[in-house]
Design a protein around this ligand. Structure first.
Ligand SMILES: NC(=O)c1ccc[n+]([C@@H]2O[C@H](COP(=O)([O-])OP(=O)(O)OC[C@H]3O[C@@H](n4cnc5c(N)ncnc54)[C@H](OP(=O)(O)O)[C@@H]3O)[C@@H](O)[C@H]2O)c1
Length: 397
């Protein structure tokens, strides 16, 4: 398919490249808006960086970091100490970005644990800006709870009494408060409680920041005691390295996030890859052919086109034969998969996914248990083949 599509792809790429060239240097959001969405200044006022955008017929407010230049952030948070609790994926990305932005940030983690050591390697200094968890919370005005979701629950009884009036509590996931019946995390009602949730791993939060770009994040307010909670959430989202920020609620954030990662983002796509690969192998195709037709062409050729220019562009870039077949088969996949997605969403909403996550990730040996499952994946034929195929890429030779 790819060989037949190559000439068309090149032609298509050239014409679309011309069409997109004038947008190439503008922020992603403006580029995507100009490509289809209707951008209008918000009637909330002439707030720079705030846009009302028509996303396929539904108007939403979106904030861009243009409204929060570094000097404004420094002024806004000049009396604050951000106590960032937990130094895993998000703690690392958000913490270093806050520090590079010149904000007053300290880290709180278990003394001498893996994160303590990692923080020291990244230049955090014990007694100066690295403390045991409770000490950091006591020193902070904005407590950023970036512990693993399971440990947010197990540490809550110790943390809650330290969240005294005047402090702000921040999360990057709605998980703990939304499922408070299960997690027991019931935020105090006398402090602001806000959320900024980057839509990507902490490593990406960091790497995009270093490239001068920005992750997209959602923000939400759980408690607004000061009347400034929303503004603070947006400012913090920018301070941790977000490029643009869209509004959500704690509930919507956690439902969509748990659903998405179990579905198309991770679990669903992995299941699709495995099913397709198995059938090819059962029908006598070689491992390299099965892998190329399932994963390599997807990740190296076609999915990047969806990401850059959209699904219709990807169809248009392929051969007439490929396009006809895909157009005929996508409704069949949708019809068969939709009930699975409905079951998944219900499992998220009723708390089953939260309970499962708490149970598994609260085990003392959860890292070892996780590693066993990752080894199983690593040893699957498809992913062993992938390792060899990656080596064959010219850039890896
Ligand atoms: N990772 C992502 O892609 C992502 C994206 C968006 C939002 N989020 C959200 O961001 C938050 C942090 O996620 P993350 O992925 O960065 O977390 P993570 O890597 O799983 O965080 C681990 C941190 O929790 C600490 N921890 C674990 N068990 C503990 C315990 N019993 N007592 C004290 N500390 C404990 C670890 O410290 P030790 O090293 O001492 O064990 C480590 O610092 C979560 O709410 C998550 O849902 C994550």
């Amino acid at each position: 398919m790819y060989r037949n599509a190559a000439a068309r792809l090149a032609r298509s790429s050239r014409s679309s490249t011309r069409a997109l060239s004038s947008m190439a240097k503008r922020p992603t959001l403006v580029a995507s808006a100009a490509a289809g969405a209707n951008v209008a200044r918000s009637n909330v006022g002439a707030v720079r960086g705030l846009k009302k955008i028509n996303f396929g017929g539904v108007e939403e407010l979106v904030h861009e970091r243009a409204d929060w230049p570094r000097e404004k952030l420094l002024e806004y948070f000049k009396n604050d100490t951000m106590a960032l609790i937990g130094y895993g994926s998000q703690g690392y990305g958000q913490g270093l970005n806050l520090r590079d932005n010149g904000l007053n940030v300290i880290i709180g983690v278990r003394e001498n644990g893996a994160s303590w050591k990692a923080a020291i390697e990244d230049g955090w200094v014990p007694g100066e800006n690295l403390f045991p968890i409770n000490e950091a919370i006591e020193k902070g005005t904005i407590v950023m709870n970036l512990l693993s979701d399971a440990s947010q629950s197990s540490t809550w009884a110790d943390i809650k009494p330290l969240l005294t009036e005047g402090k702000t509590l921040y999360f990057s996931h709605g998980f703990s408060p939304v499922f408070k019946e299960l997690t027991k995390v019931d935020p105090p009602t006398n402090i602001d409680v806000i959320l900024a949730a980057p839509k990507g791993s902490g490593r990406t939060v960091r790497s995009l920041f270093k490239e001068g770009r920005g992750i997209n994040s959602s923000y939400a307010v759980w408690n607004d005691v000061t009347g400034k909670a929303e503004e603070k959430a947006i400012a913090l989202a920018v301070a941790i390295g977000s490029g643009y920020i869209y509004q959500t609620t704690f509930e919507k954030e956690v439902y969509s996030d748990l659903y998405g990662e179990r579905g198309c983002l991770m679990g669903g796509i992995h299941g699709m890859f495995l099913a397709q690969y198995d059938v090819l192998r059962e029908n006598g195709h070689s491992p390299s052919e099965a892998f190329n037709e399932t994963v390599e062409e997807a990740t190296q050729s076609l999915y990047p086109l969806i990401g850059k220019y959209g699904m219709d562009y990807m169809y248009d870039a392929c051969s007439t034969t490929a396009r006809r077949g895909a157009l005929d088969w996508y409704p069949i996949f949708k019809e068969n998969l939709k009930p699975v997605f409905q079951k998944l969403y219900a499992s998220v909403r009723d708390g089953s996914e939260t309970q499962r996550s708490l149970d598994f990730n609260s085990q003392v040996n959860y890292r070892e248990e996780l590693e066993k499952e990752l080894v199983t994946i690593r040893n699957m034929e498809i992913w062993r083949v992938g390792k060899e195929v990656r080596k064959l890429r010219p850039e890896n030779n």
